[in-house]
Every structure is written in structure tokens, then in C-alpha cells.
Design a protein around this ligand. Sequence first.
Ligand code: FES
Length: 104
Amino acid sequence: MPKVRFEPSGIEVEVPAGTRLMAAADQAARQTDAEFFRGECCEGRLECGNCCLEILKGMENLSPAGDDELSLLAVVAPKSNAKAWRASCAAEVHGDVTARVPER
Ligand code: FES
């Protein structure tokens, strides 16, 4: 099963291929008191941007971003490295990934 590591906590979880990155983050968050997402979540409608994570390794192991996700990332991701960000509610995990949870 793919492994997903979350920085800076270093928590790693294994998930079945095809799992949404957000579900992996929820699994990891249950192992710590840390907040992985800020504020209210739009439950995957690609409206809030609160689930967006920076992908440090394994971008090629995530499903491709669709137009709706790219439009959201153009607004919420840092301009300096927007291509390294994904909406975790939309990205499916198909191999090992390391993601950074932004400071809240
Ligand atoms: S949960 Fe709102 S954009 Fe992902």
C-alpha cells in the first residue's frame, strides 16, 4: 500500500491505492492533536482551499489535477511554487507521497 508522510509532524500512514489525500490526512490527524486543515471545509467541492497541501515528494504518484482544482490552486497556493500544491480532497494517492501541512 502507498505510504503518505505528513511534515512537519513526520506522521506516516499507509492507505489503499486510490485513497484521497484528504482521507490519508484525516487518518494521520487521528494520531496527533495537530490541526491539519484550517477553518470550515467544503467537503471536496473545491471551494474552500482549506485542504490544500504542499507536495514535497511523490507528485507523480497523485492523480492529475483537473481544471477546477487548478483554478482553485491559482487562487490559494503561493505564487512562488503553486505547481507543488494540491487540493487534498481531489488528489488520489497511487504511490508514496510526502506532503507538508502549511502553518495555520
Ligand atoms: S475541502 Fe474544500 S477545497 Fe478541498
